[in-house]
Design a protein around this ligand. Structure first.
Ligand code: SD4
Length: 323
């Protein structure tokens, strides 16, 4: 018996007696839900891959892993996988996590030289008794699992970094780009929800910096009874409010995915002294009924959604209307 089944077999039944289960969000007696994939930013190739998996009866877990891998392998994307912008010292370091419908999760932080961080995170979940591996240990584990080592710093990203070093000015850039950290949520034909999140983090971050993306509850959270959420933007602000968990808990209280994302964004903005005009955070969410939503601080965030009607990029509502 492995650690997870041990916990399941011995813990859950007894815990259930004392659990205060919130019935506000009723996921029982649900109508059929069609498969859906959503992702942060304009990543139609990634949602296309994930959709192919679930439309052929694959699991939402496979769908999000394979979908995220599309962007990790894309050398032109400078915020994920190969081609990611480095830290101030020129190191490309990746953060990723994955979570399945049973609440299992795996995560890697500060992973170097291995582009498919999402797949390493999945193997941390499936093959180790842990949730999170960091740095050299994460890389050693990946190599032991057969991943190939490669230089992730492309010529373009290296040249951009060299140019940046001329001024070495660091401010969190408002990520108004059409492609960034990829976070993906999917619901499959068995109505199971999974999610993944993968990034090279903030460009020119301090060496050793880890963002929200690999932190379960901040960058990503799934509760198969309720739904899932994923974050993008300035990770420090997401972590301070445990953003993705907050979105899912708001949906548990009956908020729609749109309302839950909006409320989680407001939580950041309303913090005393919040400098929200100068950074971006965006959330996307999916609930058990197959409803989806998003919200961001700044203009420019979008969600890609692939459902039975097609693969579309949708501009996200946002809070900060000026500037
Ligand atoms: C981080 N949330 O490392 C990531 C970066 C990101 O848009 O999403 N940028 O903080």
């Amino acid at each position: 018996m492995n650690r997870r089944s041990f916990i399941k077999n011995t813990g859950v039944a007894s815990l259930g007696i004392g659990l205060n289960i919130d019935k506000t969000f009723s996921s029982s007696n649900q109508k059929d839900v069609d498969p859906i994939v959503i992702a942060t930013w304009d990543v139609k190739n990634a949602t296309n891959k994930a959709w192919k998996v679930i439309s052929e009866n694959g699991s939402s877990l496979d769908a999000v892993e394979l979908g995220c891998m599309v962007e990790e392998a894309n050398k032109n994307g400078q915020s994920v996988g190969i081609g990611g912008l480095p830290d101030r010292e020129g190191n490309v370091t990746l953060d990723a996590c994955i979570m399945d419908h049973q609440g299992n999760c795996g995560s890697v932080v500060y992973l170097q030289d291995i582009k498919h961080a999402i797949s390493v995170a999945r193997l941390v979940m499936e093959k180790t008794p842990h949730v999170m591996l960091a740095g050299d240990g994460a890389k050693k584990f990946a190599l032991s699992m057969g991943f190939q080592q490669e230089n992730l710093l492309t010529e373009k990203s290296k040249n951009d970094w060299i140019k940046w070093k001329e001024s070495e000015q660091y401010k969190p850039i408002i990520n108004i780009e059409n492609h960034d950290t990829i976070g993906m949520l999917a619901i499959d034909k068995n109505k199971n929800i999974s999610g993944g999140c993968t990034t090279s983090g903030l460009a020119y971050k301090m060496q050793g910096r880890v963002g929200d993306s690999p932190i379960i509850g901040s960058g990503l959270f799934i509760d198969n009874e309720i739904g899932g959420a994923v974050a993008t933007g300035l990770g420090e602000e997401v972590m301070k409010t445990i953003g993705s968990f907050l979105v899912v808990e708001l949906m548990r209280q009956g908020y729609s995915p749109d309302e839950a994302c909006k409320t989680a964004i407001e939580r950041i903005i309303k913090k005393p002294g919040s400098d929200y005009k100068n950074f971006q955070v965006g959330y996307i969410a999916l609930n058990k009924k197959g409803e989806t939503g998003s919200h961001a601080i700044q203009r420019g965030f979008s969600m890609t959604k692939y459902d039975k009607t097609g693969n579309f990029n949708i501009d996200s509502p946002y809070f900060h209307k000026q500037g």
